[in-house]
Design a protein around this ligand. Structure first.
Ligand code: GLC
Length: 791
């Protein structure tokens, strides 16, 4: 029977559930429960974090450090107590109590107010041929977010979410498997939220009350159940712990926060030069130009077309002089070309770097270069080789890499030799097994034997992105780089930014982009974006203008469009739309200090950059389904228009004072208002006490030293920490500065206090303008010293 992507043989066999607890022992932070022949362990890793593992045979598999960055033993010791009663075993930390019922070994967690969460349902834990699963209760008013890359709106109650990376071409709201597979979610109700990281790379699936209302289920086609429970109670704490577990992103270069322009394809050097010139002539800021597959010689990765890009080094250096960074696409499929003198193929064959089938023959698929073979990124020696291949690109000035088709997509065109669809064989060995290719296991330096594609399918994109990241680190000196990937797994934020693949030029896709990106942010991946204007199809000017307004909020702001669609650059729809695009890209550049600070926050705490309102208002149930308003950081809230012909929309302003960004008008929340939004206007609001650092418009990030910084401050009581550095070198862990700024009201005055700048980085001479919005402004030459301003 052929084994297909995500369609492993299924069975209707009933589940066998775990038996009663026979004995309990503990060893440091691990509590062992023997249940007949099987074994369950609970590790206490932090006051809000436990790990649950279940092995049917009593033997745990060696785990590898693909997603989890900290071994159980590496967490700081957490004090906890264990109390045994006749019916239960109770484990208690400073934040939670975990109660294991001896009968059927059922687990329930409680907060300090005795509110249950992540409580096993009647079934608890079970297994059947090749699969294990866990069932837990859904509490009234509980809502579910995260799940990595997902279409549809925010809350995933009553949905089934499969974790199996797939080329999700033509996706829509009903699509299940996507490019990314991130088996993590958070459940939220007033006063209580928790997260679940399902630590399995095998095919897995969450069923959030679809099969049985009131019960959510996790199932994996790997032999063992291994999951982490993270107590919040708020999303911010859940994410902080989840990203401690799976890692955080490195600080990207500031230019990567500017506007990126892409198309499949800018066919030649001449076309690229014209494009760059248009941006500068029209004074539309842009920092990055992406080159899609046609820059290559017949889609051979790490080559250039000699006809169309005869002098790529000169092109890239001319672009650089004009302030543009060049990003090139790299796909994993290497053209199968025996006699072709194609280095990459030859080296891969010589060193046996490509995936082979179980019978030892070379595996091939069909991608852009037709017949192609696939590097085994699970092997460190292969990653090393791949990382170094990027040198040919970095040597001529390429500043970032766009990793595509790495689910991996293998049959996009044409179909196989016999006209059939080709599948990646699930039993293909991957990861090698020899000494040279062993990895540091999560449980110590265990020798890791070879896996099969079944276990590591979901890791293909992640490991490709990791190899790419390491290559750029190695070959770009002290410069930070930009990495973009389509596919990934939990922890992808450590290596790369992510875009949502092939969306469409539809109003529905513009609408869906907000909840999609918010759920990515709630899954630990903060640096995300969707193709502005839509990839497939043709946008109208109106759709494009609205999309550019929303795109200004995307952590990754890139316009892209597919081959054989109409052009989608900011100026193709005439003056009105061009002016709107310029205005919103300008606003993006003015807000860069604020946005860059959000990136720093993501780097240090795992917080998303683009946030659903529930992130900051987790006790306000009105925010639980609110998918069409977003917060850019804690202070700015947008309520975009995502329907044709619409010039008014309802906006919900949660508790607190809010100001209209454009008019300055204030509102007392909670309140619903009707916003007026002609095409030129995206409704934007600011929370009271907001401190928003801004800069003058630049045509590109590093155009000239900034001689001015503006602090826009709205009356209220808040504190803010401003992070600054040079924005592009890798030693930012040393050379940065922090400035504490606060605003508060005293008697009838508003006071703004700016602390002394602390740290090793000093900005070039600049004037600081402090604007208390609606009141007035004060200016001074920045000397880094503390000062207090009264308004
Ligand atoms: C895939 C990518 C798309 C790219 C195209 C050609 O469809 O998702 O962004 O333009 O391949 O490389």
């Amino acid at each position: 029977m052929p084994q297909y992507f995500g369609k492993l043989p299924t069975t209707n066999q009933p589940w066998t559930t775990i038996g009663n607890v026979k004995s309990v022992t503990w060893d440091n932070n691990i509590i062992n429960f023997d249940c007949d022949n099987s074994r369950l362990t609970i590790s206490v890793l932090a006051p809000n974090l436990i790990r649950v593992r279940f092995a049917l045979t009593g033997q745990f598999m060696p785990r590898r450090s693909w997603a989890v960055t900290l071994d159980d033993a590496e967490w700081v010791t957490t004090p906890f107590t264990v109390q045994e009663t006749e019916a239960t075993v109770e484990i208690e930390t400073a934040q939670i109590r975990v109660c294991v019922q001896r009968e059927k070994c059922r687990i329930a967690c409680f907060d300090k107010n005795n509110r249950p969460f992540a409580q096993d349902a009647e079934m608890g834990i079970g297994w059947r041929m090749g699969a294990t699963a866990g069932w837990k209760e859904i509490v009234a008013d509980e809502h579910f977010y995260g799940f990595g890359e997902r279409t549809g709106f925010l809350d995933k109650l009553s949905e089934v979410k499969t974790n199996w990376t797939t080329d999700a071409l033509d996706y829509d709201a009903l699509t299940d498997e996507m490019y990314q597979a991130i088996p993590f979610f958070m459940a939220l109700r007033p006063e209580l939220g928790y997260g679940i990281f399902f630590n399995t790379t095998f095919w897995s699936q969450f069923d959030i009350g679809a099969e049985q209302p009131g019960i959510w289920k996790m199932e994996t086609r790997g032999g063992e159940l291994d999951y982490y429970i993270i107590y919040g109670p708020e999303p911010a704490q859940i994410l902080e712990t989840y990203t401690q577990l799976t890692g955080r992103m490195p600080l990207p270069p500031k230019w990567a926060l500017g506007y990126h322009q892409c198309r499949w394809s800018y066919q030649s050097e001449t076309v690229v030069r014209e494009l760059a010139q248009q941006f500068r002539q029209r004074r539309i800021p842009c920092d990055v130009i992406h080159l899609d597959i046609d820059y290559m010689q017949g889609y051979r990765v790490f080559t250039w077309s000699k006809q169309r890009f005869s002098n790529s080094a000169k092109l890239i250096s001319d672009l650089a002089k004009d302030g543009f960074k060049t990003v090139t696409i790299i796909d994993p499929g290497v053209k199968y070309e025996p006699e072709g003198n194609y280095d990459v193929f030859d080296q891969g064959i010589e060193n046996d770097y490509f995936v082979r089938k179980a019978d030892g023959t070379l595996f091939h698929g069909y991608v852009w270069p037709e017949k192609a073979v696939f590097p085994d990124f699970l092997r460190p020696d292969v990653c090393n080789w791949w990382a170094d291949l990027h040198k040919s690109l970095t040597d001529i000035g390429v500043a970032g890499i766009w990793n595509d088709m790495n689910e991996p997509a293998i049959n996009d065109r044409p179909f196989g030799d016999e006209g059939e669809k080709i599948w990646f064989p699930l039993d293909a060995p991957q990861g090698g097994g020899e000494a040279g290719s062993r990895e540091q296991g999560a449980e110590g330096n265990v020798p890791v034997s070879s896996s099969t594609h079944t276990e590591v399918h979901n890791l293909y994109g992640l490991m490709m992105a990791k190899a790419c990241y390491e290559g750029l680190e190695r070959h770009r000196g002290s410069e930070r780089s930009f990495v973009l990937t389509r596919s990934g797994y939990a922890g992808v934020q450590r290596w790369s930014s992510v875009w949502m693949g092939d969306n469409q030029s539809l109003w529905e896709h513009l609408e869906m982009s907000l909840p999609m990106l918010c759920n990515m942010g709630l899954s630990g991946v903060a640096f995300v974006g969707c193709d502005i204007g839509g990839f497939a199809g043709n946008a109208t000017g109106e759709l494009f203008a609205r999309w550019m307004q929303v795109g200004m909020l995307y952590p990754l702001m890139r316009g892209h469009s597919a081959m054989s669609t109409a052009r989608h650059e900011p100026w193709v729809f005439g003056d009105r739309v061009e002016n709107i695009c310029r205005e919103y890209i300008n606003l993006r550049y003015q807000l860069l200090p604020y946005i860059y600070n959000l990136f720093w926050e993501a780097v240090t705490t795992g917080a998303p950059i683009l946030r659903p309102l529930l992130y900051h208002f987790p006790n306000d149930p009105k925010t639980y389904s609110l998918y069409d308003q977003v917060l850019l950081g804690a202070s700015l809230m947008a309520a975009p228009i995502y329907r044709p012909g619409v010039e008014h929309r309802a906006v919900y302003l949660p508790a607190g004072t809010w100001y209209d960004w454009w008019s300055g008008e204030s509102y007392e929340g909670p309140i619903h208002i009707l916003a007026h939004a002609p095409l030129e206007r995206m409704p934007l609001y600011v929370r009271s006490g907001a401190i928003v650092p801004m800069q003058p418009v630049r045509q590109y990030v590093d155009q000239a030293p900034l001689d001015e910084m503006k602090l826009r401050i709205w009356p209220g009581n808040k504190e803010y920490q401003l992070f600054e550095d040079d924005g592009h070198t890798n030693d930012q862990d040393k050379h940065f500065s922090l400035t504490n700024i606060s605003v508060f009201t005293e008697a009838n005055q508003t006071i703004v206090e700016i602390g002394a700048r602390v740290g090793e980085w000093t900005p070039s001479p600049r004037e600081v303008i402090v604007e208390l919005v609606g009141v007035g402004e004060q200016r001074f030459q920045d000397d880094g010293k503390q000062r207090s301003l009264q308004f």
